[in-house]
Design a binder for this molecule. Structure first.
Ligand SMILES: C[S@@+](CC[C@H](N)C(=O)[O-])C[C@H]1O[C@@H](n2cnc3c(N)ncnc32)[C@H](O)[C@@H]1O
Length: 213
């Protein structure tokens, strides 16, 4: 294409069945977590829904590169396969080891059972990514459970990132992969001082909340 002087680049498109995170979302996670670490918001880092580790690698790498030794906890049932990705805890651990990201504390099981029991008491940064494309109402219930328990543990200034938070028109090119996310989040934050801010996530949807206080 360069020889033809055409300003075009051939690249595979984003596949919503196979790809877990867009470049724009990777950048959002990196910058938002970096801000929390830089400003010294107290608490642990948590991720609910880590699957094969794409976003865990971004979060874990940002944390390790900062030199901040605070704990990082991940939660997943590890028995779901999305698209053609082979899944499971062994795949998750292999992927992290392959890129040299330190292993987080892993809580294997259903979030309805592991949360809040295994959640750290104070949280500085949380990433919620529990969507598997199923029933919207069921997913909204799971999100509500996660939001209630994570929110009350967020330190003032902490960041909560919501994967798949989709607002038509605002989420510029994003996809509505898991409508239960916005359904649960908008209801949950209706009587809270915070509101969800939409982020640009390229082909995917993303929102975040900064805990007041
Ligand atoms: C979209 S994937 C997460 C993708 C991941 N962040 C990544 O970048 O690879 C959603 C994950 O949520 C998990 N999940 C869904 N419902 C769950 C539940 N009730 N308890 C625990 N994990 C759950 C699934 O096992 C799946 O791994």
């Amino acid at each position: 294409m360069m020889k033809l002087r055409l300003p075009l680049r051939l690249a595979p498109g984003f596949d919503h069945h196979l790809d877990m995170v867009s470049l724009e979302q990777a950048s959002n996670l990196n910058l938002l977590l970096g801000q929390v670490l830089h400003t010294g918001v107290p608490g642990a880092i948590v991720e609910l829904g880590c699957y094969t580790g794409s976003t865990t690698c971004i979060i874990g790498h940002t944390l390790a590169a900062s030199g901040d030794g605070r704990p990082f906890h991940v939660f997943d049932r590890f028995d779901v396969t999305l698209g053609e990705h082979p899944a499971g805890r062994d795949v998750f651990e292999r992927n992290l080891n392959a890129v040299g990201v330190p292993m987080p504390v892993i809580h294997q099981g259903d979030v309805f059972e592991t949360v809040p029991a295994s959640l750290p008491s104070r949280i500085a940064f949380a990433h919620l990514d529990l969507g598997v494309g199923g029933d919207t109402q069921l997913h909204a219930r799971l999100m509500d459970h996660a939001l209630r328990h994570v929110y009350e543990r967020l330190s003032p200034g902490a960041i909560l990132v919501l994967m798949d938070y989709y607002v038509p028109g605002l989420t510029v090119e994003g996809h509505d992969s898991n409508p239960g996310v916005r359904k649960a989040a908008d209801l949950f934050f209706r009587d809270k001082p915070e509101t969800v801010t939409t982020l640009f996530g390229g082909p995917c949807s993303h929102g975040y909340v900064r805990k007041a206080g």
